[in-house]
Design a protein around this ligand. Structure first.
Ligand code: PHE
Length: 451
């Protein structure tokens, strides 16, 4: 065990860090594009309901496990167990989550690398370096490898500085920057022709599709990915929260911020698509009438929109991709923290060494994926986000609902919240995590396997 464990120095620091983990490409890219391709506002309504009624309880389960355990995911889960089989189960879930976080980072870093190169491209265009702009905007193996590795180095640089000086400090800087850029971009897009039509598509629901099972599956998957569940990330962040804090409200803040930013990102991306359409850019496929696929949307439709804006488009494009890169970075630091905290505590390794070692391993996996983009990229995304995340999230609910003794759970949650036993939360949540969450998550998981 390392001698001194890090801890978030303030409530605000924790909220920024956990919200930083939650708010990522999933919110700013995934949510708006899923909304646009799944019946607009109907998806939004389903997402809101599922985020608050299923993902928030599951988030609380993970935060509770971590805060109680005050250690990495494997040790925190093991602390709840009494029988040998439970200990093995704890290891499988904790280590599975850590692996899952590592693999998510290995594809996330590739996408984040695309965002970084797209952020630089307006700069090279502005200074007239046309060859560099062309290189930055075209898919190539060297460009992809270079920017993926660059992004991993950025992540490593932050994580190697530890909890307070690394994660907390940078989340407190980057999250407000992200909000500022997001609102500035929305204000700009709203002045453009076509924006109101986009707003309508986003905000006026077509209720006929709201109970469509595919829509529900996508909305729950999106909510789980967005709250970083099933990756042991929230267990480890929970372990850095002081026992004086009220976890119930902290978890609620994080969920609210995450959902709010996804909603606000929709106010940017969907109107921006319609603005692009008003300028003659195609956003729906002419053959199927469906929304163009997600990566085409972000890397072709939006750049086409920025190009059409003339000189100001360079600045708007820069701001947009900087926003994406920042969102990706605050999420990726949480992904790297999961394996790093385990390695530091389990093998008594120095944080800096552990961070570079794991960063290097993840970079190797990323490069293998980059070299086999057609086959591995989609596969890793499916296995981690559609299979591992829901299953591991489900297991955490099982730990809290079925393995953790109720009296010990109550004691843990009373720390920082002494009257919790009189609240609606305590009347509903334990029962919810025991029955409703496992059943609902299993149903969704089975459905996603079958479809
Ligand atoms: N929640 C992040 C997003 O929305 C992704 C993430 C998944 C982060 C798993 C950490 C762990 O982009």
């Amino acid at each position: 065990m390392s001698a001194v464990r890090g801890e978030f120095s303030s409530r605000f620091g924790f909220i920024m860090a956990a919200a930083g983990s939650a708010v990522g490409l999933g919110n700013i890219w995934g949510f708006p594009t899923q909304t646009a391709s799944n019946g607009g506002a109907a998806f939004l309504v389903a997402y809101l309901v599922l985020a608050f009624f299923l993902a928030y309880p599951a988030l609380m389960a993970e935060l509770m496990i971590g805060r109680h355990g005050q250690a990495n995911a494997v040790s925190s889960l093991t602390k709840l167990t009494t029988r040998p089989w439970q200990k093995q189960f704890a290891f499988a879930v904790g280590f599975g989550g850590i692996l899952c976080a590592g693999f998510i980072l290995s594809f996330y870093a590739i996408v984040a690398g695309w965002m970084l190169s797209a952020t630089l491209e307006p700069v090279t265009t502005l200074v007239g370096a046309d060859a560099a702009s062309l290189w930055l905007s075209e898919q190539s193996l060297t460009r992809n490898i270079l920017f993926t590795v660059l992004f991993i180095i950025l992540t490593v640089a932050i994580i190697s500085r530890g909890v307070e000086n690394g994660i907390e400090k940078w989340s407190k800087r980057l999250m407000p920057a992200l909000l500022g850029i997001l609102f500035a971009l929305i204000a700009y897009v709203m002045t453009q022709e076509g924006a109101v039509e986009g707003l309508k598509a986003y905000l006026v629901p077509d209720f006929s599709s709201i109970f469509d099972p595919t829509l529900l599956v996508s909305a729950l998957g999106q909510a789980f990915f967005s709250l970083s569940l099933g990756t042991s990330v929230m267990i480890i962040y929970g372990s850095y929260i002081s026992k004086k804090e009220n976890l119930v409200s902290l978890g609620a803040y994080v969920t609210l911020i995450d959902v709010f930013i996804a909603f606000v990102a929709g106010l940017l991306i969907i109107p921006a698509m319609y603005v692009a359409q008003a300028q003659g850019v195609e956003i729906f496929s002419t053959t199927t009438g469906k929304l163009l696929s997600e990566d085409t949307l972000v890397f072709q439709v939006l750049p086409a929109l920025f190009d059409g804006m003339g000189g100001v488009g360079l600045f708007v494009g820069f701001a947009f991709f900087a926003l994406m890169s920042i969102a990706a970075l605050t999420s990726s630091i949480s992904m790297l923290e999961a394996p790093v905290s385990y390695t530091v505590e389990r093998f008594a390794m120095k944080r800096v060494q552990a961070t570079w070692l794991i960063g290097a391993l993840i970079a190797i996996v990323s490069i293998i994926i980059v070299c086999n983009l057609g086959t591995l990229f989609g596969l890793v995304i499916t296995l981690t986000t559609k299979v591992a995340q829901p299953l591991l999230g489900l297991m955490c609910c099982i730990f809290v609902g079925w393995i953790w003794y109720r009296s010990s759970l109550l004691k843990a949650i009373q720390q920082g919240n002494p009257d919790v036993h009189n609240t609606l939360f305590w009347k509903i949540w334990p029962w919810y995590t025991k029955f409703v969450c496992p059943v609902a998550i299993s149903l969704v998981f089975l459905h996603s396997l079958l479809s």
